[in-house]
Design a binder for this molecule. Structure first.
Ligand code: ADP
Ligand code: MG
Length: 559
């Protein structure tokens, strides 16, 4: 059998175009060819399961080999193979026309990087090869092995192959400037990047190059804490252990799998750059998902895998895509659900993680209306409120090793509360006011004064809290948010109903007395001390204002 023909295509010579238009990313040919091999193995499994094929399947595997003398790179699989008719149909007709279509699409978007360069498929081999050969032998009874060859022009040759085992080998005759792909180290690297989680062993020189197992495709019930932590370490070997994770797993109305982790945020780390890896059916697509997930989720890490995300479109087209937006919403909702669940079921863990989680959640509340509705009641603040029972005053945080929880030091031994609980608890006394402190050290005196009055103060001292307070003011229009060091006359003194009663000993009203003491304290140099220091019995070497403070408090309490 020898057949020669022309592939129906309007472009005279496809390979210079393919090469030129995709120049920056030509290494993806390997991903395309290996994923075709994985598909072929999966298809064989399907025909075998359905009973259509009753022959041996053998151990599925993909072999990559280089021949430095012949300057060839080959990818072999023991999958389903192709008959001569199938080569004509799937390679000559379909592939060329889809490649052409792809290039047309790509051209109009030439100033936009295409997210995954998916869709070019088999023909991406012409980005690196001047000639491509296919040797393939179908699983189908009565079919002959076929050999196809093409040099990138629309002319192809189809003839018999000497191949005797089922499956397909694609042989690339590399162009001179692409001989880097003859280096095993280069190939191993590419397999690690693009094919690590493909479910078939990919071998080179007898060595298996890929991990194969994709934990995000497993059922969440089958994974334990160690599995999730191990996977995180695998993805980000130099990172600290994550705080929490969310396993995404849905197939309706779209397919999304993935595991997203909340990392321990380091303040100096740029969080605006996405670090979630995007996969399509376990094939690596991109190192970030910035166009897919809502911006406030960008600090998260991990993996999203969805075949419903269009990949052969520009990044801007992706952002406008309706399904992509819905997937983004789904992910945000799932993250919110998980946080709420943790808040409800394991408050200690939630509070322990809050130091790192808080900024992230607040940012989400400020930036995403739906997320706000979902989680605003689980935004918590450290508070001066002390309850008698021990468990609310004990906060747990992860140990350094991260695998256990420990009680924190007394300095942090303060409970956390949300605004609703705060308002409810202080309904009588506060008259719809929320007192907050933005700088624990500088405002320590004021915090103590409020506490002395039995007023509860919230610590809103992270950088995002400034914005969050404005948000709260808009949300709770009938509540007055008062910083502890502002408006003292109103917050402290007007509070006292009997402030005009004259003290017979000093002949001053109580409010005058308080004011006097307080001003004495304030006239001293600006305090820069910690709350614990204020409480110390023997404030050796401390500024005079601090020595005065216990006295101020004592008198306040006595009134
Ligand atoms: P896609 O994978 O999106 O279908 P490709 O251009 O990558 O597009 O491949 C075109 C077709 O060629 C495949 O759908 C398949 O039918 C066939 N094919 C490619 N590689 C192989 C292979 N290794 N084994 C069997 N069939 C293959
Ligand atoms: Mg393909």
């Amino acid at each position: 059998m020898l057949e020669q023909g022309t592939i129906s295509i309007h472009t005279e010579n496809i390979f210079p175009i393919i090469k030129k238009s995709l120049y920056s990313d030509h290494q993806i040919f390997l991903r395309e060819l290996v994923s075709n091999a994985v598909d072929a193995i999966a298809k064989l499994d399907m025909v075998s399961r359905s009973g259509e094929y009753s022959g041996e399947i053998g151990e599925p595997e993909i072999q990559i080999a280089v021949d430095k003398d012949k300057k060839t790179l080959s990818i072999s699989d023991n999958g389903i193979g192709m008959s001569a008719d199938e080569v004509k149909k799937y390679i000559n007709q379909v592939a060329f026309s889809s490649a052409e279509e792809f290039i047309q699409k790509y051209k109009t978007d030439s100033n936009q990087a295409i997210i995954g360069h998916f869709g070019l498929g088999f023909y991406s081999s012409f980005m690196v090869a001047k000639q491509v050969e296919i040797d393939t032998f179908s699983y189908k009874e009565g079919e002959k092995a076929v050999h196809w060859t093409c040099d990138g022009s629309p002319a192809f040759t189809l003839d018999d192959s000497s191949r005797t085992d089922r499956g397909t080998t694609i042989t690339l005759h590399l162009m001179e400037e692409e001989e880097e792909f003859l280096e095993p180290a280069r190939i191993k690297n590419l397999v690690k990047t693009y094919c690590d989680f493909m479910p078939v062993p990919i071998k080179m020189d007898g060595e298996v190059l890929n991990k194969q197992k994709a934990p995000w495709r497993e059922s969440p019930n089958s994974l334990n804490k160690e599995d999730y932590l191990e996977f995180y370490k695998y993805l980000y070997p130099f990172e600290e252990e994550p705080l929490l994770w969310v396993h995404l797993n849905t197939d309706y109305p779209f397919i999304v799998n993935g595991i997203l982790y909340f990392p321990k945020l380091k303040p100096d780390v740029e969080v605006n750059k996405g670090q979630i890896k995007l996969f399509s059916n376990q094939v690596f697509v991109s190192d970030n998902c910035e166009e897919i997930i809502p911006q406030f989720l960008l600090p998260m890490r991990g993996v999203i895998d969805s075949t419903d995300i269009p990949l052969n479109v520009s990044r801007s087209a992706l952002q406008g895509d309706r399904t992509v937006r819905r997937i983004g919403d789904y992910i945000a909702k799932k993250v919110g659900d998980n946080l709420k669940e943790l808040y409800r079921d394991d408050r200690e863990k939630y509070v322990g993680a809050w130091k790192d989680l808080g900024t992230f959640v607040k940012f989400g509340v400020l930036n995403d209306e739906k997320f706000k509705k979902q989680v605003q009641d689980i935004v918590i603040f450290r508070s001066t409120y002390q309850e008698e029972s021990a468990d609310t005053t004990t906060v747990q945080v992860p140990t350094e090793e991260g695998d256990a929880w420990q009680d924190v030091t007394p300095a942090n031994k303060l409970p956390y509360t949300n605004i609703k609980e705060y308002l409810e608890r202080n309904k009588e006394k506060h008259e719809n006011r929320v007192f907050y402190c933005t700088d624990e050290a500088a405002q320590a005196t004021y915090v103590e004064l409020h506490k002395g009055q039995g007023l509860e103060v919230l610590f809103m001292d992270s950088f995002i809290d400034t914005h969050f307070i404005s948000f709260l003011e808009r949300e709770y229009t009938d509540v007055k948010f008062t910083r502890v060091d502002s408006d003292l006359d109103n917050t402290l003194l007007d509070q006292e109903k009997d402030k005009e009663i004259v003290d017979p000993n000093t002949n001053k009203t109580r409010s005058e007395q308080i004011k006097e003491l307080f001003e004495k304290a304030l006239n001293k140099p600006k305090l820069n001390i910690r709350t614990e220091a204020l409480k110390s019995d023997n404030p050796q070497g401390t500024p005079p204002a601090m020595v005065l403070l216990p006295e101020i408090l004592r008198r306040l309490r006595e009134m």
